[in-house]
Design a protein around this ligand. Structure first.
Ligand SMILES: Nc1ncnc2c1ncn2[C@@H]1O[C@H](COP(=O)(O)OP(=O)(O)O)[C@@H](O)[C@H]1O
Ligand SMILES: [Mg+2]
Length: 248
């Protein structure tokens, strides 16, 4: 039997969670998770399946990364600013650790989920229509593989999909770029990632990066100018400890 938080991102703070009214026909559940439970805004964001129900309250990395999570608790509270016209910018985050398995992707997904639920609830409170895709998760390695295949096979429809991803990730109100700058990339692919980050920083749109490279290395991965822009209005958070992968 799954607990409420294991099935719906809105459970924490929902009045009917756990009552007879809490079921798969709830319009809010469907808006977030779809009729099947595998759709809705969370699936539209493209978050990896295993990370779709993570919230600040239930993240498995919360205790071992306590210092980082204190900063992140304050950070997600600034998401209310998306509804305020003259509020200061919502910052970006750079989540770093040299070793894998420390909870970077877990945390980035959790922050993205917090954006989706806060956007959804905040919009309804203000009688506004919540966006269908308020946030987007870009797995750089997966996307690079997709790009390599598209160029290798000269596939026009696959290239059109790559272009659509560039536009979507440039414009979405909130973006996660998972594993930025990890693999050797062609100049062309690198320039696409550059274009996405450049557009977002120029327009003050928040991005959560995860990486196993310190942020200084972005000057080499991209260029000094983009590195400067990435650092501006961005909190750098280091994840300590050894890999927790495989532990549950
Ligand atoms: N600090 C942590 N405490 C408990 N489990 C963790 C922690 N960090 C990661 N995990 C678990 O390890 C696995 C890999 O985590 P992930 O976030 O993908 O690591 P990273 O992106 O840093 O390589 C996941 O199953 C996650 O639940
Ligand atoms: Mg990761």
């Amino acid at each position: 039997m799954k607990t409420n938080e294991q099935r719906c991102l809105l459970a924490n703070g929902c009045k009917v969670a756990g009552t007879a009214q809490c079921n798969d026909n709830c319009s809010h559940f469907i808006a977030i998770h779809g009729r099947s439970g595998n759709g809705g805004r969370v699936a539209a964001a493209g978050t990896p399946a295993d990370y779709r129900l993570l919230t600040l309250a239930n993240s498995p990395a919360r205790e071992s990364q306590a210092k980082v999570y204190r900063v992140i608790a304050d950070y997600v509270a600034t998401f209310e600013r998306q509804f305020e016209a003259d509020a200061p910018r919502i910052k970006s985050l750079y989540l770093y650790s040299e070793s894998p398995g420390t909870g970077k992707t877990t945390t980035a997904s959790m922050v993205l989920n917090e954006w989706i639920r806060r956007h959804y609830i905040g919009s309804l409170k203000r009688n506004q229509q919540p966006l269908q895709v308020p946030a987007y998760f870009l797995d750089i390695n997966e996307w690079q593989t997709e790009y390599n295949l598209a160029t290798m096979t000269n596939d026009d429809s696959a290239m059109a999909k790559i272009k659509a991803t560039i536009q979507r990730t440039q414009q979405t109100p909130f973006l996660v770029i998972d594993d930025v700058g990890v693999r050797s990339a062609s100049e062309a692919f690198r320039s696409y990632v550059h274009a996405i980050i450049n557009h977002r920083t120029a327009n003050g749109l928040p991005t959560v990066y995860t990486s196993n490279l310190p942020i200084e290395d972005m000057a080499r991965v991209f260029d000094a100018r983009l590195y400067d822009r990435m650092r501006d209005q961005c909190a750098f958070l280091e994840f300590g400890g050894e890999s927790k992968r495989g532990r549950r």
